[in-house]
Design a protein around this ligand. Structure first.
Ligand SMILES: *Cc1c(COP(=O)(O)O)cnc(C)c1O
Length: 399
């Protein structure tokens, strides 16, 4: 199966048909499994005989999702979890101990920051944050007890692209793991393990599902680290993916390749159009030649992805007026859906960040983020144009 391309693997790999000869994957909503005999039960429990015991450990539907994603990311092992945050927690519980240190990009998902600062710290794991693309800062932040480097690339909402291969060199010199949250690109647009990352994390809730239905997550990497250390956490602590959710994600993976292509196509057109609009100050999208890491993104990614952000001329009032003038777009902080979403990061996803820190990080009051869905791009533009044009009206800008 490994000879096939990603689009085919997503559809065909990782599943053994049952004796019913079903064409679509079966769903196994069962908590436990039965044995032929007392001897077999004993052998399954001891691990002498492989096979299902209990769905906190293994479940056939969850395993199909794990098999597909492992092949698509090019990893030996994949472990599915109940959410993206459960994947991040389980990853660190499985790989770090009290006294260890993490160097993380400052431009990460807000809840991941809270997990680091409020919870991992409580258990003696220290974290420091560095600017996403300042490699000197990454290097200087590494301490003798640094065991992991962590980032998302492109970042949200400013789409800063970090060089995975370069960070992987820093990580291996420090004998630390490079962990990449690949939520925004998915393996269709970027395969971090192939660039030298050790572990890939997913929030399956986003593009892997793609239609905003279920929560889930996954960790992909080597058999020894992910297949054993991280899986041990899941089977013991229990943030397991449900078979129903796994089945939804299996169906999501089947269309992932064409969806990511279609999201990217629309996002590129929208980014180019926004760049030309006189009420827009600046657009952040890795597919634009004006993006500071355009060349790196071209090399590292197979497409620029669905997320873009832009600054309108003005401040919070102007940004909010553009958001409130939309009729179709979903005003929500969620992303990775067929429905285009629009959000004001400074007052939502990044509202807990100190205002000075937020401005310094570029999350200004006039910034709007869009996760481009699969509606017709002309309709997305039409939904934005009224609010943008209104910013140009003399009533708002006298003189
Ligand atoms: C949403 C998100 C998560 C968390 O995933 P959940 O499934 O909501 O727990 C982690 N990382 C990134 C980049 C995300 O966007």
């Amino acid at each position: 199966m490994e000879a096939y391309t990603l689009a085919t693997l997503a559809i065909r790999a990782g599943y053994d048909r049952t004796h019913e000869q079903e064409n679509s994957e079966a769903i196994f909503p069962t908590s436990s499994f039965v044995y032929e005999s007392a001897q077999q039960a004993a052998d399954r429990f001891s691990g002498e005989e492989p096979g299902n015991v209990y769905s906190r450990f293994t479940n056939p539907t969850v395993r199909t999702f794990e098999n597909k994603l492992a092949l698509m990311e090019g990893g030996e092992a994949c472990v599915a979890t109940a959410s993206g945050m459960a994947a991040i927690l389980a990853c660190f519980m499985g790989t770090l101990s009290a006294g260890d240190h993490i160097v993380s990009s400052a431009s990460i998902f807000g809840t991941t920051k809270v997990l680091f600062n409020n919870y991992l710290k409580k258990f003696g794991i220290d974290v420091c944050f560095v600017p996403q693309t300042d490699y000197q800062a990454w290097s200087e932040a590494i301490q003798p007890n640094t065991k992991a480097l962590f980032l998302e690339t492109p970042s949200n909402p400013l789409t800063e692209v970090a060089d995975i291969a370069r960070l992987s060199q820093l990580a291996s010199q420090a004998k630390a793991l490079l962990i990449v949250d690949n939520c925004f690109c998915t393996p269709i647009l970027q395969q971090p393990l192939k660039q030298g990352a050790d572990i890939v994390i997913h929030s399956a809730t986003k593009f892997l599902d793609g239609q905003g239905r279920c929560l889930g997550g996954a960790i992909v990497g080597s058999q020894s680290i992910v297949g054993e250390d991280v899986r041990g956490v899941i089977r013991t602590a229990g943030p397991t993916m449900s078979p129903f959710n796994a089945w939804v994600f299996i169906k999501g993976l089947e269309t992932l390749a064409i969806r990511m292509e279609a999201h990217t196509l629309r996002a590129q057109l929208l980014a180019e159009w926004l760049s030309q609009h006189p009420a827009v100050e600046r657009v952040f999208y890795p597919g634009l030649g004006s993006h500071p890491q355009y060349a790196l993104a071209q090399r590292q990614q197979k497409g620029a992805g669905a997320l873009l952000s832009f600054r309108v001329k003005g401040g919070r009032d102007q940004a909010w007026s553009v958001i409130d003038a939309t009729k179709m777009l979903s005003i929500t902080a969620n992303l990775g859906d067929v429905k285009t979403s629009i959000t004001h990061p400074a007052s939502t996803t990044h509202s807990r960040v100190e205002p000075n820190e937020r401005e310094a990080a570029g999350i200004t009051e006039n910034l709007i983020r869009i996760s481009v869905g699969l509606e017709d791009v002309e309709d997305i533009k039409n939904d934005l144009v009224a609010g943008l044009n209104a910013l140009l009206s003399p009533a708002k800008y006298p003189g």
